[in-house]
Unconditional design. Structure first.
Length: 173
């Protein structure tokens, strides 16, 4: 039992690092203020499909919050942790009973839409509190671009990982 817990904790740390690095190292400016497109959300989706609850939620929240802190946006770390937890949750729920060993399936194919809505609404609410409603309204465009890009990248990456049976290898290793 302790060995399984240690393995899950280790995978959580690895996926947290992947989320952190894919958020901070690969960024494309949206041209709209301080917003940027990153690959971190895609890896949160993948993590939620691969690791069991609550490990996947922890990796997503920690990876996102640490990216904000290291990127000089510490004020965003708590809202980001909450939002990243929320965007992982739909995937974690549908993957809980998934036994096919596939990351991309009929249920997970719809989850980028749900998580995208959480991204857009979550950052809108956070920005209303941190700045203003006007500023939050302007950020909807950038957050929508981020959500769509994350969804597309999830479909591509999940398909590639399914071809090599990645989820089965992780869960059986």
């Amino acid at each position: 039992m302790r060995k399984k817990s240690l393995v899950k904790t280790t995978y959580t740390a690895i996926f947290t690092a992947i989320i952190l690095l894919s958020t901070t190292l690969i960024q494309f400016s949206t041209g709209l203020g301080e917003g940027y497109i990153h690959f971190g959300d895609c890896f949160i989706y993948l993590t939620a499909c691969i690791l069991p609850f609550p490990y996947c939620i922890i990796a997503g929240a920690l990876g996102g919050a640490l990216a904000d802190i290291l990127g000089g946006f510490a004020i965003w770390s708590i809202p980001t942790a909450i939002i990243k937890l929320l965007i992982a949750l739909p995937f974690a729920i549908v993957c809980k009973k998934e036994k096919s060993g596939k990351i991309l399936n009929k249920k997970t194919a719809l989850m980028p839409i749900v998580s995208g809505v959480f991204t857009i609404l979550g950052y809108f609410v956070a920005e209303c509190f941190l700045y203003s409603v006007a500023s939050a309204t302007l950020s909807i465009i950038g957050n929508t671009i981020q959500a769509v890009a994350s969804g597309i990248l999830f479909y591509i990456t999940a398909t590639a990982l399914d071809k090599i049976n990645f989820k089965r290898r992780i869960n059986n290793g």
